[in-house]
Design a protein around this ligand. Structure first.
Ligand code: C2O
Ligand code: CU
Ligand code: CU
Length: 466
């Protein structure tokens, strides 16, 4: 990192590395800087960050800052490729007839050998993540390791007295499957890497693993103080949903006090007993371990899992220690207040399975993703209501902007829908309304399902802000 000229500069090399994910075994991965998750970028609100990505992987990549309020040029459009050295014919590769290739528009393909991504960081402090976003290949690239955290902080949040330092823990939760040699098992869809033809159908629902990783370690145990912890949870899994609970040795559930959502602090804390978290969602939680005796454990479990996918991680309380932290009754005052009367239009989108290119795919409004088609055009500054309806579970994500959930299943939003979000979990058969203001930048952005396999299989659309 360098901080010259008021810009924080990072350089990230994307490269292959063999990492010890399971004890005593080496797992070949695709990484940012040789680590998984990638290096955490620490940003200050209002201070731009430039990240120079250099691609030493064998395939083109794209970097997207999820939740970033970012110009279109740095948003990681799926055809804005960072080519590896010696990769001469990107458009040829783009047109290669892999099973689910959407119609590519060669004019949309922008290629570079290295790329500077610039993030203005004019947005509420929160936990963002960066990940690969290459057209049709996002899911296998994330699975292989291309994901990392990007945290935005500011003075106001730091003045709240929340747990900090070693008591603030980002938790990147993922699931992975391993083969007998320790390699990741994924049916790669990349023509250069695909080992079996016709692998698409079994993965229609999304790829799941049977090993739960937190920050790249399988079922870790964290040595903790008997004190409050701030857990900044990201579900970075391709397709797995979790419902988290924190359970003590004597079977008590600890409160999960939510202080923030995808796009930063809530107005006031919301207490949960269990917490559903869909792919790409983030929850900022306070868990109080002060009542746990030294030597005791608190297990973070997934109520939706079975067998070993029921366990996520554990906290082993090893010492009593003073705790100066607090949870203020009011957390923030700057949440948007747009309401139905501010909306200038209402749009409807269905998220459903369907036929595409002769096979099965996932469609928005009956159509698979096509980079050459503009699906939605809106004006900078407009407030809109978007209504979603889902067939199966679809976590729906909008680039660039945060939104509020207005209703769920025709009822007021649930307790987990509080605050400003960028990803909303649609449950099977459910309708959800959100309200958004298209602030910030003109240009072409995306919205899509964040089940990463659904996204690769067509469930993505273009949003043009004019
Ligand atoms: Cu995290 Cu377009 O995605
Ligand atoms: Cu995003
Ligand atoms: Cu989906």
């Amino acid at each position: 990192i360098s901080t010259a000229g008021g810009v924080d500069r990072y350089a990230v090399t994307q490269r292959e590395a063999s990492l010890e994910i399971l004890p005593g075994v080496r797992t070949p991965m695709w990484t940012y800087e040789g680590v998984f998750p990638g290096p955490t970028i620490e940003a200050r609100r209002g201070r731009p960050v430039t990240v120079t990505h250099h691609n030493e992987l064998p395939v083109p990549t794209v970097v997207h800052l999820h939740g970033g309020h970012t110009t279109a040029a740095s948003d990681g459009y799926p055809t804005d490729l960072v080519l590896p050295e010696g990769w001469h014919d990107a458009t040829h590769h783009q047109h290669e007839g892999h099973a689910m290739g959407a119609m590519h528009d060669p004019r949309a393909v922008v290629t570079k050998l290295t790329r500077d991504y610039t993030f203005p960081m004019i947005q509420r402090p929160t936990l963002l993540w960066y990940h690969d976003h290459r057209m049709d290949f996002t899911a296998p690239a994330i699975w292989r390791g291309l994901a990392g955290l990007h945290i935005i902080r500011d003075d106001a949040e730091e003045a709240l007295g929340l747990p900090t330092g070693s008591r603030e823990l980002p938790l990147v939760i993922t699931d992975r499957a391993f083969d007998g040699e320790g390699g990741l098992s994924y049916p790669s869809l990349d023509p250069d890497l695909r080992s079996r033809p016709g692998v698409r159908e079994p993965y229609l629902a999304g790829v799941l693993g049977d090993v739960i990783l937190v920050n790249g370690a399988a079922w870790p145990v964290h040595e903790a103080d008997a004190a409050r912890y701030r857990l900044r949870v990201l579900n970075a899994s391709n397709a797995r949903h979790y419902e988290l609970e924190a359970i003590t040795d004597d079977g008590r559930r600890l409160d999960l006090v939510q202080i923030g959502a995808d796009q930063g602090l809530l107005a006031v804390p919301v207490t949960h007993v269990t917490l559903p978290i869909a792919p790409a969602e983030r929850y900022d939680l306070i868990v109080d371990l002060s009542g746990v005796p030294v030597g005791g454990r608190v297990r973070l479990r997934n109520r939706l899992g079975s067998g070993r996918t029921r366990e996520v991680m554990a906290f082993h309380v090893v010492r009593k220690a003073p705790d100066p932290s607090r949870i203020p009754p009011v957390l923030s005052h700057d949440l948007p207040t747009w309401d139905r009367s501010d909306a200038v239009r209402v749009r409807d989108f269905s998220f459903r399975a369907g036929r595409m290119h002769g096979g099965h795919g996932w469609l928005i409004g009956g159509l698979p993703f096509d980079p050459a088609r503009t699906d939605v055009t809106t004006r900078l500054g407009d407030v809109e209501i978007w209504r979603f309806i889902a067939d199966v579970h679809h976590p729906v994500h909008l680039h660039l902007v945060g939104f509020r959930v207005l209703s769920r299943g025709g009822e007021p939003p649930g307790p987990h829908d509080a605050g400003l979000k960028d990803t909303v979990s649609l449950r099977p058969g459910e309708s959800v309304e959100i309200i958004i203001r298209f602030d910030g930048y003109r240009g072409r952005f995306l919205f899509h399902c964040h089940n990463a396999e659904h996204e690769d299989m067509g469930m993505m659309a273009n949003l043009e802000i004019v």
